[in-house]
Design a protein around this ligand. Structure first.
Ligand SMILES: [Zn+2]
Length: 214
């Protein structure tokens, strides 16, 4: 009997339990991976939720009407006036926030009422209606507002108008003179990434928007 036990060990039978353990581990690993992926998707969705909502055309939010310039835009407007003054350029802000009614009246100008056409949009279609835009004019030493793109009041051989535009862009404004098609030279705006459609549907930039560097 002892003799037989000294021979080479018999080949091991297929070891079922050992095979099951890795497969159970694998399944566990798959579940963890799936859970992790779900959490990742959820967190991405959560961080994109606002953006996703904004891009769905039928989602609207209750938002009180805007009655003043956005606080950040207002701050930057004051900086623009101050920075321009340092170069010897004095500007007048001719328009900032505009109510829907004021916008509608402006739309009629040049169409059913006197004056040149100055806008192509009705109430709710302009960034002015959401307190996100300003219009400027240059002021001559006599205090007369002018809209002369060539004017060089500070005699530095640069257009004062474009000097103001450059300061404004540095402060984060975009300029209506860069628009394709209809150019709105006095117009400066900050959209904070919000389209008119989103603003119409009640989405609003926060009062303290994080300004993304472009
Ligand atoms: Zn404007």
């Amino acid at each position: 009997m002892a003799h037989m036990q000294q021979g080479p060990p018999p080949p091991l039978p297929p070891h079922w339990p050992q095979q099951r353990i890795p497969s159970r581990r694998k399944r566990l690993r798959n579940w963890i991976l799936l859970l992790f992926l779900l959490m990742l998707v959820a967190s991405i969705f959560k961080s994109w939720n606002d953006r996703v909502e904004r891009s769905i055309p039928f989602i609207t939010k209750e938002a009180p009407p805007i009655t003043a310039l956005h606080p950040y835009v207002s701050l930057k407007k004051d900086e623009l006036i101050a920075e321009a003054a340092k170069l010897g350029i004095h500007i007048l802000i001719t328009d900032d926030h505009r109510s829907h009614e004021e916008q509608d009246a402006l739309y009629e100008q040049g169409r059913t009422t006197k004056g040149p056409i100055v806008t192509h949009v009705k109430g709710g279609g302009s960034y002015h209606n959401y307190g996100l835009a300003i219009d400027f004019a240059l002021l001559t030493p006599k205090g007369k507002a002018i809209w002369d793109l060539e004017y060089d009041g500070n005699r530095n051989e640069k257009s004062d108008w474009m000097e103001v535009v450059d300061i404004a862009k540095g402060l984060g404004f975009s300029w209506g003179g860069d628009w394709e098609g209809f150019k709105d030279y006095p117009h400066l705006q900050m959209d904070f990434g919000f389209t008119i459609s989103e603003l119409r549907r009640g989405f609003r930039p926060p009062d303290n928007p994080a300004i993304e560097a472009e």
